[in-house]
Write a protein that binds this ligand. Structure first.
Ligand code: DAH
Length: 337
C-alpha cells in the first residue's frame, strides 16, 4: 500500500472511530492514539525526510491536512459531549429561583396618583429644571431680594444666581411666561431644602403644584377643584377647612386641612387628636406674579396650590418617619408593591 493510500485509509478509520466514541474519555484516548507523538500521523510526518524529494511535498501536504482535519473533528466531538453533559446537569424539576424586578417607589406612586387625579380634571403636566435661577425660584414669585419670606425656604445655593429649586412653584412662573391664558397646569417634581434631616424633614422631597389662569377665576373655583381632588384621593365624606396663611406668590393665601380620614374627625394619633390634617397650601395668584409674566392682572386672575408628596404618602400609609422613604430599605419598600 502506498503512503498516500495509507493516509486515506487512516482518515476513514479515525473518522469512523471518532463517530462511534461513547464518552469524552474514550475520545481523549483516541486522540492520543491517532494524533499523539507515537501515533501514525506523526510517524508519517517523521518519515518524510527519507522519501524521495518528489514525493515529500505531496505526502507532507496530505499528512498535514489529515492532522488538521482530525484535530478539528476531535474538537467538534468533544464540544458535543460537553454540551450534552451540561444539559443533563440541569434539573428541570427544581423550583425556579425567579427574577427580582424593579417597582415604582411609593413616593412616585403617590405622586403619579395625585397627577392622575388632576389630569382627570383637565390639568396639563409641565416640568422645569432642578437647578433654577433666583429669578424663577424667588423674584418672579414675588419674593423681593432680602424679603423675610426667603428665610422660610432654606436654600441650597449653587453658584452665581443659581439655586436648587426650593419648591416646584418656579415652574408656574416659567409656564406663565411661555403661554397665554387660559391655562390649567400641574407641575410635579423634586425639590431641595437645606434642612436638618429629621422625622419630618428631608433635604430632598417632592411637590405637585397646580394652577389655573383665566378671566374671572375666583376662590370658589379653587375650593371646587380642591374638594374634588380630596374626595377622589382620600374618599367621599371628608370636610375641608381653609385656614388663612401667607405665601408671597398668592393673595389671599390659605392652607387646607381635611377631616382626618383615619378617625373621620373623632381624634386619633394620626391627627394628634385634633381631628384635622394639614394637606396643602393654596391661594389666588398674586397680581405681581401675573404682571411679572406680562399679564394684565385686571383682566386675568388665577388660583394656585402646592402639595407636599411625602406628607400625603406618610398620611396615607401611616408612615411616621420621612427618612424611611429615602433610605432604600427594600423590606420597607416592598410593602408598597
Ligand atoms: N411653594 C409652597 C411651598 O413650597 C407651596 C405652595 C403654597 C405652592 C401655595 C402654591 C401655593 O402654588 O399656591 O411651601
Amino acid at each position: 500500500m502506498s503512503l498516500a493510500e495509507e493516509i486515506v485509509q487512516l482518515e476513514e478509520e479515525a473518522l469512523e472511530r471518532i463517530g462511534s466514541a461513547d464518552s469524552l474519555d474514550s475520545l481523549g484516548e483516541l486522540k492520543v492514539r491517532y494524533l499523539g507523538r507515537k501515533g501514525p500521523v506523526m510517524a508519517i510526518l517523521k518519515s518524510l525526510g527519507q522519501l524521495p524529494p518528489d514525493q515529500r511535498k505531496e505526502i507532507g501536504a496530505r499528512a498535514n491536512a489529515l492532522r488538521s482535519k482530525l484535530e478539528a473533528r476531535f474538537e467538534e466531538a468533544a464540544r458535543a459531549f460537553e454540551e450534552t453533559t451540561e444539559a443533563a446537569s440541569i434539573d428541570p424539576t427544581l423550583p425556579g429561583t425567579g427574577n427580582r424586578i424593579g417597582a415604582v417607589h411609593v413616593v412616585n406612586q403617590v405622586m403619579d396618583e395625585i397627577c392622575r387625579t388632576f389630569y382627570g380634571m383637565g390639568f396639563e403636566i409641565a416640568h422645569g429644571p432642578h437647578v433654577e435661577t433666583d429669578h424663577y425660584n424667588f423674584e418672579a414669585l414675588n419674593f423681593p431680594p432680602d424679603h423675610p419670606a426667603r428665610d422660610m425656604q432654606d436654600t441650597f445655593f449653587v453658584e452665581g444666581d443659581l439655586v436648587l429649586r426650593t419648591h416646584t412653584t418656579p415652574v408656574q412662573a416659567r409656564e406663565l411666561e411661555r403661554r397665554q391664558p387660559p391655562m390649567k397646569i400641574i407641575t410635579p417634581g423634586k425639590t431641595f431644602r437645606n434642612e436638618e434631616i429629621s422625622t419630618r424633614a428631608h433635604v430632598s422631597f417632592h411637590q405637585v403644584d397646580g394652577f389655573l389662569v383665566d378671566e374671572g377665576v375666583s376662590m370658589a373655583d379653587l375650593k371646587g377643584v380642591l374638594v374634588a381632588f380630596c374626595k377622589a384621593f382620600f374618599g367621599e365624606g371628608l370636610k375641608l377647612k381653609f385656614r388663612p396663611s401667607f405665601f408671597p406668590f398668592t393673595e389671599p393665601s390659605a392652607e387646607v386641612d381635611i377631616n382626618c380620614f383615619l378617625c373621620r374627625g373623632e381624634g386619633c394619633q394620626l391627627c394628634k387628636y385634633s381631628g384635622w390634617l394639614e394637606i396643602l397650601g393654596c391661594g389666588m395668584i398674586h397680581p405681581n406674579v401675573l404682571e411679572t409674566a406680562g399679564y394684565d392682572a385686571e383682566k386675568y386672575t388665577g388660583y394656585a396650590f402646592g402639595i407636599g408628596v411625602e406628607r400625603i404618602a406618610m398620611l396615607k400609609y401611616h408612615i411616621n418617619d420621612i427618612r424611611l422613604l429615602f433610605n432604600n430599605n427594600v423590606r420597607f419598600l416592598r410593602q408598597f408593591l
